[in-house]
Design a protein around this ligand. Structure first.
Ligand SMILES: [Zn+2]
Ligand SMILES: [Zn+2]
Length: 386
């Protein structure tokens, strides 16, 4: 086995590789500049006043990052010597080096991390997963860059807002690019609701009324689609818009526009259909994007289970992983659907949309991995097109 580490100082070509961890995105270069005060900041253009720059290759989906040899010495917390690691015997990983050197090797760092980090024995580059990066290289994360005062101010503002609204806030999961479809939907919701308020639209005409669909299928089946875009009150429309904004931007970026549109409308139709099948509120008109948004939430759960959300419960602000938050949300829908008589919420519509999202997302993610693998020079081994 050739374990000789290549220590030539030739400038390295840009990385063109699929994320070796999640396979859902190509690695994206991010330029970090060290400012005069010693702190690191992400910059779009090299900053002439900066002491030094490092270009890190990161995955915008799972937040893992690739550190070429030497980069970790600058950005890490000084506890790991990558060249020494690269020379050590270790277990072969299923993940491949983004520089095209084949499988990396897993190294345990007892006392620092529970999970092993991956290191390439040829180029001594290091791969850190999102969580590992938050622990070993805080300088490369947005949160790790904030001074204590900034952190406290931000959390204080969120705390007050959450006591009033009870809405969740993402800790650190910015989407790349502009989520045009999400913006279009948000604008459409507001415009249509305004038209309702002004009397141009009557929401009953476009709502799902299960008794009517059963009796008069041909004449009302279209409401399974139309009901998604109308809302019953300002509170209803703003609440839904907020959830769509929080969860939708990342999913639109990951799915692409057409698949996101299919997810949104499909989940809404599935939600409406389940409501017709299971709810006894047969004369109540149901409107709102809640079922569609439940589908988007299911996609988020599949795609970003370890993303964290702030939620304030009984005045205590907690950082909750998305899987726990969304799991609790599903539990609430189930309990309320089967055991309460509160018909102003269409619990079954939420569940139907969520199930649609759970079924569709793994298929989309699989397709994405193959597509990304075809577009790059170094595909991740597990998803390499054959
Ligand atoms: Zn990834
Ligand atoms: Zn390598």
């Amino acid at each position: 086995m050739d374990r000789a580490v290549d220590t030539s100082d030739a400038p390295q070509a840009p990385v063109d590789a699929q994320c070796p961890a999640c396979g859902l995105h190509a690695l994206v270069p991010v330029t970090l500049a060290q400012l005069a005060n010693g702190r690191w900041r992400q910059v779009d253009e090299p900053d002439p006043t900066a002491a030094q720059h490092v270009v890190l290759d990161t995955c915008p989906v799972c937040f893992g990052a690739w550190f070429d040899r030497g980069e970790f010495d600058v950005l890490g917390d000084g506890a790991v010597d990558s060249v020494r690691l690269a020379g050590m015997e270790a277990r072969r990983s299923t993940r491949v080096c983004p520089r095209g050197h084949g499988p990396m090797y897993e190294h345990q760092l007892p006392g620092l991390l529970k999970t092993p980090i991956e290191c390439c024995s040829r180029c001594a580059g290091i791969w850190l997963d999102g969580e590992e990066r938050r622990k070993l290289a805080v300088r490369t994360t947005t949160e790790g860059q904030q001074a204590l005062k900034e952190k406290l101010v931000r959390r204080g503002v969120i705390w007050v807002a959450q006591i009033v609204t009870q809405l969740p806030v993402e800790v650190d999961n910015p989407a790349r690019g502009t989520p045009w479809l999400v913006y279009l939907l948000l604008g459409g919701f507001l415009l249509l609701f305004f038209a309702e308020v002004q009397g141009f639209l009557f929401y009953r005409d476009w709502a799902v009324i299960s008794g009517k669909i059963v009796r008069d299928y041909d004449d009302s089946v279209h409401t399974l689609v139309t009901h998604q875009f109308l809302h019953g009150s300002w509170y209803h429309v703003l609440f839904n818009a907020y959830f769509l904004y929080i969860f939708g931007d990342n999913i639109e970026h990951l799915f692409g526009r057409w698949r996101f549109a299919l997810l949104f409308i499909g989940a809404g139709v599935a939600g409406g259909a389940l409501h017709v099948l299971l709810s006894y509120a047969t004369a109540t008109p149901v409107v709102g994007a809640s079922g569609s948004i439940a589908g988007v939430m299911a996609a988020y759960l599949w795609s970003f289970p370890r993303a964290k959300l702030f939620q304030t419960i009984f005045f205590v602000q907690l950082k909750i992983p998305a899987w726990l938050y969304l799991g609790a949300w599903v539990g609430l829908q189930l309990v309320m659907g089967f055991f309460t008589t509160k018909v102003q919420f269409a619990w079954f519509a939420h569940l139907g949309g969520f199930v649609f999202g759970l079924l569709m997302t793994p298929l989309v993610l699989r397709a994405r991995r193959f597509e990304v693998g075809r577009e790059v020079r170094v595909p991740a081994a597990a998803y390499a097109p054959r």
